[in-house]
Design a protein around this ligand. Sequence first.
Ligand SMILES: [Zn+2]
Length: 198
Amino acid sequence: MWRGSRAYPLATLTFDDGPDPQTTPRILDALAEHGVRGAFFLIGRRAEAAPSLVRRIVAGGHDLGNHTWSHRSLWLCGPRATRREVMDGHDAIAQAAGQPPRYFRAPWGMTNLALFPLLRRLATPCVFWSVQPEGGRVADPARQIARCVRGAGPGAILDLHDADGVPGAGARLAAALPGIVGALRGRGLALVPLRDLL
Ligand SMILES: [Zn+2]
């Protein structure tokens, strides 16, 4: 899945690579303050290390996704390593959250043929994105906001990062988030949880 229906003025913010004890709470605070629920694609080993933060994400009404156990590129994984990355991530998040993740997102969007039968068995659809305002590297807040406005329309799935893959990603997103929310709402888009968009 790359986006929702273009028939409704809805969009979803998605956050990858957390949970991060420093930056994820700031993102959750900003989302709560602005009344936005989105989706968090968690790295299993980070979820295992910060279970209370995972439960806080759930309590905030956000959706959970599996972003693999250790954020390896599945493009470079054989069937056995793929299975480990997917299943261990899924189990760690389910354990920390008290409920299984509903979705899956592959690191860097890299997939392989062994992945999809596993996702079917777990009933976690693979969710990509239609807008990546960080453009592969993390832009400064003003540029992030401008890219959101340019790229987003009805059905948009925005790919953001609440934790560091790129150094400083989480902190910069925390600074940009109020502007991103305001800009998208200014375009007439309601920001809804992923389950409502899909
Ligand atoms: Zn990632």
